[in-house]
Design a protein around this ligand. Structure first.
Ligand code: ATP
Length: 268
């Protein structure tokens, strides 16, 4: 299998993900207009925005599930779609509502995924066992998925996305359906993956507190454009609101009713 290039022309490592001036319309609906951001190794970036802002469209374009009308998306320096098999080996993806095979047990499903990635028996047992324990799912893995709660399904989908050790993780609302303890365990796992293993993580969320608790940077989308992006500190500094919460910062950044709507939607 061909490896993806890991460095740019200057020799500096390429970001894990670069979204450059991407636009996409569905018929007359302009879903994305000139969207630009990047995610580096070991970074957790939150993609925030109200319903219809363009988060899913952005993620689908990154995954190669739809083709932008304009702009470019690069994964580890390679244009999306140029080497799809090699690209998929570098990425883990958890959709908002993962569809799992109901008639399999957790172990059977994860074995099936491990087969797809060609993981040998010892490797899969070790990795999957670690994640089952870490996410407090150990003991339930031999029950049928049809009997799992939404949170348990979410965890199985996350383990399935992590078993092949991706370098870039794309998560659509990853903490949906998790109780506070499970959300905490998942947040800790994501932070460890980024800081210890250098995994680049992009995840979408409507919940400002989650973004604030876990992300190094946020990209705020609204009506298909990037409204603001940066670290919380930089956003606070721009708004002149040191020590304030995200909500006040967002409101101050635009000073318009529009952003109030964004914040209200983000909090729903
Ligand atoms: P949500 O938080 O509700 O999932 P989102 O931020 O993910 O929203 P998108 O699903 O990317 O937003 O949608 C962006 C815009 O594109 C919206 O106006 C939406 O109605 C429109 N859209 C998305 N998918 C399609 C489609 N298949 N056909 C037509 N319009 C679409």
């Amino acid at each position: 299998m061909a490896a993806l290039p890991s460095g740019g022309p200057s020799g500096a490592p390429s970001p894990a993900l670069e979204v450059v001036d991407v636009s996409k319309s569905y018929g007359t609906v302009r879903a994305l207009q000139g969207v630009r951001f990047s995610v580096g190794a070991g970074e957790i970036v939150g993609l925030l925005g109200p319903n219809g802002a363009g988060k899913s469209t952005t993620m689908k374009a990154i995954l190669g599930l739809l083709r932008p009308d304009a702009g470019s998306i690069r994964l580890f320096g390679a244009e999306v779609g140029t080497n799809p098999v090699a690209t998929k080996r570098q990425i883990g993806y958890v959709p908002e509502s993962p569809s799992l095979y109901e008639f399999l047990t957790g172990t059977e499903y994860l074995d099936f995924i491990a087969d797809m990635y060609g993981l040998d028996r010892a490797t899969r047992r070790e990795r999957i066992g670690q994640f089952l324990t870490g996410l407090e799912l150990a003991g339930h893995e031999d029950a049928l998925i049809s009997g799992y709660s939404q949170g348990m399904r979410q965890k199985v989908a996350l383990i399935a996305a992590l078993a092949h050790r991706p370098r870039l993780l794309i998560l659509d609302e990853p903490l949906n359906g998790l109780d506070p303890r499970s959300a905490r365990v998942t947040k800790d796992l994501l932070r460890n993956l980024a800081s210890r293993d250098g995994v680049a993580i992009l995840f979408s969320t409507h919940v400002l507190e989650i973004a604030q608790a876990i992300c190094d940077r946020v990209v705020i989308l609204d009506h298909g454009t990037v409204l603001a992006s940066g670290t919380f500190e930089s956003l606070r500094a721009r708004a002149g609101l040191a020590g304030s919460g995200l909500e006040e910062v967002f409101l101050a950044l635009t000073g318009s009713g529009d952003l109030g709507d964004v914040v209200a939607a983000l909090e729903r």
